[in-house]
Design a binder for this molecule. Structure first.
Ligand SMILES: Nc1nc2c(ncn2[C@@H]2O[C@H](COP(=O)(O)OP(=O)(O)O)[C@@H](O)[C@H]2O)c(=O)[nH]1
Ligand SMILES: [Mg+2]
Length: 538
């Protein structure tokens, strides 16, 4: 503990030293869609092969009208061995997060013109929260922190605990540490700068001034930016969240199944009847429940047992099979076109924002098109989200023909080199025939412009509607085609059993689930985790 407090102390003295050139995020009057550092011309940058990235993070917004000249002197502030030298020459293994810095930099003197320092050159001062003018580039705390990080469990959350020790609010200390983490993971310095600038803008926008308010968002963004998502702790976090979200569904299914198992000494007809009732009550749906029952009966028969004690294992096994992920071809010819469909209020617009946020955090350039032209408020809501997450936005205004919006947005996405185009659509069910015709028309026009588009037709369903989600899937699948399903509002509903129904009834994969209203609350659907969260781990 003594060592740890010592590091904290070193951090503290570092922070107290003047860092004049560094405006706080409060000073940074952050525009919603802050211009991203595009990076200067290639000649200005020293980029080692490992530092090269195909695309800068979220280079979506327009370039700032006036490049900030003040950034130039910044370069000279780090005259020797900038800490990104920590990004050692050792082979970076992509996808394998390892803290592999070199405490004693073997960097040639030419290195000062580091991309870290050069990157913010095009960034307006207001959106340049910490620039790279970090004092104490060679300060001993960096070495101490390297040791701390290396000794920690290789988990983002563990690293974040160390990085955030003693940090209570946004500011230079935090930016500095975030850059340090990027460098330690051998991520390019310009990515670190872009990340920090964007995050600071977001904090200013949200008016979050305490670490506790944004820690989980920070971890989420870091996981995406550093490609650490499949890390154990991320999975555990999701699992916990899923378990919490499924608490009511669990009450509905698991408690009653436990009751069933406790009250029967043998698996007989009465047992099966009671089970079917439980499944139907939990919104699995009548037909899916019957199918599930058949499968379970078959499994029990094969096992040659009538002992209720083994039943939960069999059920867990069956759910694992239902949710086994399908292999699909993920490669596409960019721009990837994603069409979001579903009835009003299910969460299409919010889900587009959440998906765009994920993409942008991974360095993609995203365009969102306002295809729900029925209400002006819908367009406005989408525009606010696009600004918030830093996506570009395309609208033709209220009452415009949604297919024309899609056609023109497709054009823009192609000519301006977007990676992803999200098409929002209307969901007025009372004009069912028109809606389905409209969706088919959108499909036709984008396909005409771009072969293979839309690459993904995503049906958004609201888990709280239970059985309705099943009938909506049927309807949209028949009329417009559905490639994947995103199930929102799983948090706090007792009707989560509908997931089982959907997985059993349609050959359409569930790809994400919504577990709340925040950006980070949209998570990839992992069937095994779902089954385990639902039935509990034993
Ligand atoms: N609790 C919760 N609310 C959500 C979730 N997804 C969306 N919402 C909320 O659902 C409401 C309707 O969402 P919206 O995106 O406007 O739906 P749309 O009409 O389909 O575009 C909004 O208040 C969202 O914040 C979720 O996963 N959990
Ligand atoms: Mg909407």
């Amino acid at each position: 503990m003594g060592f740890f407090s010592k590091i904290k102390k070193i951090w503290k003295t570092e922070e107290e030293s003047p860092t004049a050139a560094v405006p706080s995020p409060e000073e940074a009057e952050a525009p919603a869609a802050a211009p991203e550092p595009e990076g200067p011309a290639p000649t200005d940058r020293v980029v080692t092969p490992e530092q090269q990235v195909p695309e800068p993070i979220a280079a979506t917004a327009e370039k700032p009208a006036q490049p900030e000249p003040e950034a130039a002197p910044v370069v000279s502030i780090a005259p020797t061995a900038p800490f990104e030298a920590a990004a050692s020459e050792a082979d970076a293994e992509p996808g394998q997060p390892v803290i592999e810095p070199e405490p004693t930099p073997a960097t040639p003197p030419a290195q000062p013109a580091a991309p870290e320092a050069a990157a913010p050159a095009t960034k307006p001062a207001a959106a340049m929260p910490a620039a790279s003018a970090v004092s104490g580039e060679n300060a001993p705390w960096r070495d101490a922190l390297v040791i701390e990080l290396r000794q920690a469990e290789p988990k983002l959350s563990a690293w974040l605990d160390i990085l955030l020790a003693g940090v209570t609010e946004p500011g230079p200390g935090l930016w500095d540490r975030l850059r340090f983490l990027f460098a330690s993971l051998q991520a390019p310095a310009d990515e670190a700068d872009a990340f920090v600038a964007k995050f600071a803008d977001w904090l200013a926008l949200m008016e979050y001034d305490e670490v506790e308010l944004f820690r989980s968002e920070l971890q989420y963004r870091l996981a995406l930016a550093l490609d650490l998502e499949d890390e154990e702790d991320e999975r555990n976090r999701l699992f916990l969240k899923l378990s919490e979200g499924l608490a009511k569904t669990k009450d509905q299914i698991v408690k009653r199944i436990d009751g069933l198992l406790g009250s029967h000494t043998v698996i007989d007809e009465a047992f099966w009847e009671e089970l079917e009732e439980i499944l139907i009550m939990a919104d699995v749906g009548y037909e899916p429940a019957a199918k599930l029952m058949d499968n379970l009966r078959e499994k029990v028969r094969k096992r040659g047992t009538t002992d209720p004690a083994v039943f939960k294992d069999i059920l867990r096994e069956e759910l694992a099979e239902i949710f086994r992920p399908q292999k699909t071809i993920k490669a596409i010819n960019p721009p990837e076109v994603v069409m979001m469909i579903g009835v009003n209020g299910v969460g299409k617009t919010t889900t587009i924002a959440k998906l765009a946020h994920r993409d942008i955090m991974r360095g993609k350039k995203v365009l969102i098109a306002a295809g729900d032209t029925f209400r002006a408020a819908a367009i406005e809501q989408l525009k606010i989200w696009a600004d918030r997450v830093g996506a570009s936005f395309y609208t033709k205004g209220e009452n415009a023909d949604p297919a024309a919006v899609a056609f023109e947005a497709m054009d823009k996405a192609l000519t301006e080199g977007f990676d992803v185009l999200y098409l929002d659509t209307a969901g007025r069910l009372h004009t069912k025939t028109n809606l389905m015709e409209e969706l088919r028309k959108i499909r036709r026009v984008v396909a005409k412009k771009h072969t293979g588009a839309p690459h993904r037709s995503v049906l958004v369903l609201d888990a709280t509607t239970g059985q309705n989600a099943l009938s909506q899937t049927k309807l949209f699948n028949e009329a417009a085609g559905v490639d994947e399903i995103i199930l929102t509002k799983l948090d706090g509903t007792a009707k989560g059993g509908v997931v089982v129904g959907i997985a059993l009834s349609f050959g359409v994969p569930i790809t994400y689930v919504g577990l709340g209203e925040k950006m980070e609350d949209l998570r990839p659907f992992v069937g095994q985790d779902f089954a385990q969260a639902l039935l509990g781990v034993e």
